[in-house]
Write a protein that binds this ligand. Structure first.
Ligand code: AMP
Ligand code: MG
Length: 400
């Protein structure tokens, strides 16, 4: 059977090549950039006054002058003025161009103003103080936003400042989330004693929304012919199908055989892991299908260990940063498969991140995940895991 690392590598090798599209800046939040954005001007574009106050010539100050005649006001949004007389000053406002002939700004807090003159109330003045020099932050032509960046608030502000009314981003994949199973009813229904409400597709929908992907929800009964017919349609309408249920060894687990008939090439089925052993993954030249085991904890693990990283790289994002934590207490897991242990993470005063095991009652105990922040990946070739030993963790939340 396949190792976790090999299964992950296979999914990543088959990531989608999604096209680029152009969207307005207002619609670009959360999208992934496909064309770099450069500075059209210097940052800042002129010597920018950084405080409200007066602007003087530093040479007047070094010559001993402390009182300056007010010669005028330079506001933000006005063309640059000039001061050409000694011992004079201009009132200047934050965001204004520094007037020609002056080089140093004194804050209003550090002067008294009366009778058209300003007198310094401080002893120490640095040349060029409170001036934000032209081009000190970035130069015209510098690359500001790079391909593969996710557009969050600061990126959008920078894009706006250089006049990007539109941005080129990765087109979002069309994703269908499909639950299968005769025991599953809609969330608005009252389940009969042998039924449960479906929950996995809602979990997946919320997870995908955190990547900016709006997936559609579907449900299909455990009937092989109906499954084939409906999956054929969904396959033509979508780039990615994510199924929940129907990939294990049960009598109603038709997903692998149906996928084969629909021409989806199986890349793997089953991984040496717990939970989530029955994960199925297949592709066509331009589509991908994940068949997630229906047990809710398996679904969560497979979603965060395989599906979300797949969507990230398909969108053109770098993989999420690798994270580690230390076991807060020893843990034993004997079977020779990778064990994903639900953990709650705490940040300790000494800087360590500790993982507190939440073993729960197995892969159907999804209420247990309410307290969990991550799965800790415990390697297959070990049985005993010591206190304070560090292992990789896979975050299952973006809301904490
Ligand atoms: P399966 O993988 O189809 O054998 O399902 C395994 C277990 O997961 C069964 O107990 C199912 O009832 C449960 N299950 C499957 N799909 C869902 C779902 N969408 N929401 C909640 N539980 C599910
Ligand atoms: Mg089922």
């Amino acid at each position: 059977m396949l190792s976790v690392a090999d299964a992950f590598a296979i999914t990543q090798q088959h990531r989608l090549q999604l096209p680029a599209e152009t969207v307005s800046l207002a619609d670009a939040s959360g999208r992934v950039l496909r064309e770099a954005v450069s500075a059209d001007r210097n940052f800042p574009p002129f010597n920018r006054v950084a405080m409200d106050g007066i602007a003087i010539r530093f040479t007047d100050y070094t010559a001993g002058q402390r009182t300056f005649r007010l010669a005028g006001v330079q506001r933000a949004g006005e063309p640059q003025q000039t001061l050409d007389k000694a011992n004079e000053c201009l009132e200047i406002m934050t965001g204004a161009m520094l007037p020609l002939g002056v080089d140093t700004v004194i804050r209003y807090e550090d002067v008294t103003i009366d009778d058209c003159q300003a007198t310094l109330t401080i002893d120490t003045v640095q040349k060029n103080q409170h001036v934000h020099p032209q081009a000190i932050d970035r130069r015209a032509g510098d690359e500001l936003l790079s391909i593969g960046m996710r557009l969050g608030p600061p990126e959008l502000a920078v894009a706006a400042s250089v006049g990007q009314t539109t941005l080129t981003v990765t087109a979002l994949p069309r994703v269908a989330l499909i639950s299968t199973g005769d025991e599953l009813v809609d969330i608005g229904d009252t389940p009969l004693p042998y039924q449960i409400r479906r929950s996995n597709t809602y979990l997946l929908q919320a997870g995908l929304a955190s990547l900016g992907i709006a997936a559609t929800l579907h449900h299909i009964v455990d009937n092989e012919a109906i499954l084939e017919e409906q999956l054929a349609t969904l396959l033509t309408q979508n780039d990615i199908l994510i199924l929940s249920g129907g990939v294990s060894a049960g009598k109603a687990d038709f997903v692998p055989s149906v996928m084969a008939r629909l021409g989806v090439q199986k890349q793997f089925h089953k991984i040496e892991q717990r939970p989530g052993k029955p994960l199925w993954f297949g592709t066509t030249p331009d589509k991908a299908v994940f068949g997630l085991p229906g047990n809710p904890v398996s679904t969560v693990l497979c979603a965060y260990r395989y599906v979300m990283p797949y969507l990230r790289t398909s969108l053109g994002l770098a993989p999420a940063p690798i994270r580690y934590a230390r076991l807060a207490a020893p843990f034993v897991f004997a079977p020779a498969v990778t064990f994903f242990l639900p953990v709650r993470l705490t940040s300790e005063p000494d800087g360590r991140t500790l993982a507190h095991a939440l073993p729960g009652s197995g892969s159907a105990d999804f209420a247990n995940l309410l307290a969990a922040d991550a799965f800790m990946e415990l390697p297959a070739n070990r049985s005993e895991f010591g206190v304070d030993e560090a292992f990789q963790v896979w975050m299952t939340r973006s809301d904490r």
